[in-house]
Write a protein that binds this ligand. Sequence first.
Ligand code: 3PG
Ligand code: MG
Length: 411
Amino acid sequence: MALNKKSVDDINVKGRRVLVRCDFNVPLKNGEITDETRIVAALPTIKKLIKDGGKVILCSHLGKVKNGPNEGESLAPVAKRLSEKLGKDVKFVDDYNVTGAAATGAVEAMKEGDVVLLQNTRFRGKEETKPEEAGEAFAKELADLADDYVCDAFGSAHRAHASVAVVTKYIKEKGGNNAVGYLMQKEIDFLGNAVENPVRPFVAILGGAKVADKLNVINTLLEKCDTLIIGGGMAYTFLKAKGYEIGNSLLDDSKIDYCKEMMEKAEKSGKKLLLPIDTVCIDEFPNPIDNPSIATTIVDSDKIPSNKEGADIGPKTIELYSEAVKSAKTVVWNGPMGVFENPVLANGTKEVAKALSETEATTIIGGGDSAAAVNQLGFADKMSHISTGGGASLEFLEGKKLPGVYAADDK
Ligand code: 3PG
Ligand code: MG
């Protein structure tokens, strides 16, 4: 599915002010960036705009920002890391208002090829996240800083926020371009092709805790793929729907019927739907989650004792899933197979990652936990594509139109 949106290759930014929305929502620990993937992923677009002589004004959110602007959610560490990566000064506008005199002044002082980073867009509170609550004003202020707008924030593209989507209206009003960046293009090419035009067999693997989070994606992928593999906490609701007792395992009671429906759908359409055939059980959930002194028992999935809970897929299931991956030509994976944060319960996730790393198939990892798992387990460079978006990649796989993509100009 070719993306028919204007890209950074279609606009001439020489001497022009370009506002670029990135997703610099990186994890921080004590003020240090613990995973720079999203910063690195944004570099190709930024470098291109610098090379073309644009005045590059970057913006992003960081964190959920529930209690108003604060230093812990400042983009200052990102400005620093970005300077190092680009090998040039990135001027950070440390103003909690994001736009305003400081930003305007910094932009006025820019020369061609200069880079400015604005403060965390969510410091504008509801104005950023709820366009209906004066977000229009914030969107216009952002647009006032620039001539053109580029959205390269794939991880945020499912949010119809002021800096992601609403801003395009005001750029357009004054005759500027709204384009997408290289990261956005790459994500959409990989995820879009996998779903719309997969080389078959196409195997989709879904995991994670809750069925409720994945309802639409289960349904959509079941239509597109040849084999759907289910693991993680949500597998137990499927097992329950099959009539098995699942002890104290995670159960989404209200979704049992939905699981039945999906199993029938698979059966009717001749698709394979694979569920765990054995399970690693524990007595209670580890506390802290990574506590390694935890006892496990492995049982067949229809024999989970009433006083235990499933926490990972067992060895027979690993073999079954790995075989399915081996014969695939396209694999999409979203969501861990067990409590992978715990070394004792990470085996299923690790072995599935390993199977993906060994296949010749195109392998696409949805963002969020599965991307973290693949990175943490050291398989990242063996995958064809690791999405920088968690929620965004899921919504894309569901077939939804992402506001951040949709708002860009058509070619
Ligand atoms: C993410 O990490 O999920 C994206 O940056 C979007 O952030 P959000 O889920 O807080 O909107
Ligand atoms: Mg999110």
